[in-house]
Design a protein around this ligand. Sequence first.
Ligand SMILES: [Fe+2]
Ligand SMILES: [Fe+2]
Length: 297
Amino acid sequence: MAQNKFLSIFTPANKQQRQDNFVDYWEFTQQHGGELFEAEQDLAKKREKLNYFKANPVRLRTPLANPDVFYRNYVDFIDDVQSIDRMTLMLTSMYKFARHEWVGIKGAWDVVPDMAHSYSLEDKISRVHLAEEFCHWRLFDEMLQTCGLDRVEWQPLSPTKEWIYRQFPKVPGVLMDPPAFVTELMGVTYYFHLHQLFDDILKDEPEVCQRLHELLDEITIDEIAHVGQRRNFIGPIGMKVSKMMVRPLYKLFFADIPEVAMLIDIEQMVKDGEAFDFNEVPDYMLAQSWIPSYCKA
Ligand SMILES: [Fe+2]
Ligand SMILES: [Fe+2]
């Protein structure tokens, strides 16, 4: 574990530093994801990894005792939440988190310019970023399949929430950039807690535990890079605004997934978000991810 090699994600940066970092990130992201398959919203290297996982499946030693509890409750709770076991709650929370991501990226994909019409570095970066998010949704689906849930349907959110997600990418950058950055930060925070939850809940399922870590690693490494990349859009004032947004945005988002509060300490997630500085990120993840130069000590 590296200690104090990095500075807070909220460290201010000037325009020139941020421009240089966009150039650096663009280099990174192209080699990290490989070729973009725009029609399939996919990336060559990510596809290769998902195919590897699918070709070498791992399944639970003891299948879920009652998968119907998941299928009955994964969109909305029908049963009393308190009556549902922690493993099922962890899986419904993962579905719901990924579903929000999926709705958000579907809305954005149709609004942001495609690669042929991306003339700025920022537009190109955003297009690849969205393709990566589609890969995350597929990886989450694979996590659920690993737990024996192969009948999961990806359902739209309520019309109001779908509309909100569709408007979001049309909002001017100065307003959109802080929440877009904090959302990425929230993803990283949640994934680190989810990693811990795997170890806790899957003690008797070492193979599946290991596989879920591997699948979530693929996502987490990308998200760490996204945190720096989305932060790089923001000037000093926007960074102050972003820091103030961590608490309300985390609280609002997780209020919509009530089982998360039964599994993870939301207050701790808020604190982790506000204090995020890359120093707790394991070395093997850092080696594959990207950090803005001005966050390096
Ligand atoms: Fe993601
Ligand atoms: Fe992301």
